[in-house]
Every structure is written in C-alpha cells, then in structure tokens.
Design a protein around this ligand. Sequence first.
Ligand SMILES: N[C@@H](CCC(=O)N[C@@H](CS)C(=O)NCC(=O)O)C(=O)O
Length: 215
Amino acid sequence: MEYPILYSFRRCPYAMRARMAISYSKITVELREISLKDRPKKLYEVSSKGTVPVLITENNQVIDESLNIMLWALKKNAKQTWINKEISNGEYKMIHINDTIFKKSLDKYKYHDRYPKKDKKFYRLECSKILNVYEKKLAKHKYLKYDTINIVDIAIFPFIRQFANVDYIWFEKEFKNLTVWLKKISQSNLFKSIMKKYDLWDTSKNIYVILGSET
Ligand SMILES: N[C@@H](CCC(=O)N[C@@H](CS)C(=O)NCC(=O)O)C(=O)O
C-alpha cells in the first residue's frame, strides 16, 4: 500500500502544524525527514519552492503550503472540530497575520544581531503588539477563538513557542494567559507525538510513520 508522502523538517513551525493536523486526523503518511541545509533534489522536483512541508497525496496531488496540508487532513477527518466545514474568513485572517507580520518580527527578534537597524527590544515590542491581542482573547476563552481548540491555535502555536523560547522568563511574566495556553498545547499528546525524532530520509529506505493521537 502506498501512503501520502510528507517532506518535513522536525523543527520547522510550518511542518509542525501540518504534522499536528495529520496526526489529529490519524492519517498514515510516509514521512521524509530532510535537512534544510542539504535538501534532496527530489524535493525541488515535486515543488520548485523547495520549502517544507510538502505533501504528495494518494492521487499524486502536490500540496506545498502548510495551511493547505492542514485543511486537506481535516477534510479527511469526519470527527474533526478544528474548523466548521470550511475555514472561516476570520480564522484565515488570524493565521495570515501570524504568517506575515508576526513571522517577520519574530525572525528579527530571534536573529536581532542580523538586523542592527533596531535593537532586540524593538523587535520584541513589534511581536508583543500582536501577542497582546491574543492575550486579551484568552481572557475570554480557553483558546484563541473558543473554549475548544481550533485551527487558529494549532497554526499559530509553533510560532508563539519560538517567541517564548527566546526569553521564557520574560514571556511568562508578560503574557500570563498565553503561557497557560502554550503549556497546554506543548504538553499535549498531540504535540509530543509529532516531535519524535526520525533519521533523515534516505532514498534507499522508506520511512513509514503512523501519525495518530488524541488532543
Ligand atoms: N508558506 C510556506 C512556508 C514554508 C517555509 O518557509 N518553510 C521553511 C522551513 S521552516 C523553509 O522551507 N525554508 C527554506 C526556504 O525558504 O528556502 C508554508 O506555509 O508551508
């Protein structure tokens, strides 16, 4: 039996959210763990962008955007509760803000030495403007949209995790609600299940990974 193929990199936040949706939907994929520094030619053959994650479905459809991989996985899961049939405009907008504005400021905060025009605190403040919005939302609900976990939580979580890890003590003091939210997702079986370590993909062996967990 041939399974869908997922090109992935363990620590990539986009790949993490794709793996979480696949795992949540209990889909079996052939996981191909790659090194970003030494990407296999095959990756560029399937998608010229050369980014991860990339999914090749059982019908040979190539999906090279992590959000689309999440939606593909959720559509296969009749019991999923992360979206209401389709992703809503509001959900899409929140994820888009994360992937554009927040991601840019996050990279500058993480690698502030490479962006000497401003200092680390400036980039941290830029990120915090968006995090403050989440902090307020979490004062009303357990998760970013509702009291139950939603696609927005999962799509945004790996990026907030990166932000928190730059200076966790500061993060914890500044964002109390986000700290609780982050811990809940980080400690979930779902997240643990997708962070297992795999050997790099070797063209001579296929690594079959059965992703499947409960939130
Ligand atoms: N919009 C893409 C972004 C994926 C992405 O940028 N992945 C990073 C790894 S975290 C990557 O492959 N970077 C290599 C590059 O940009 O050449 C998605 O959501 O899948």
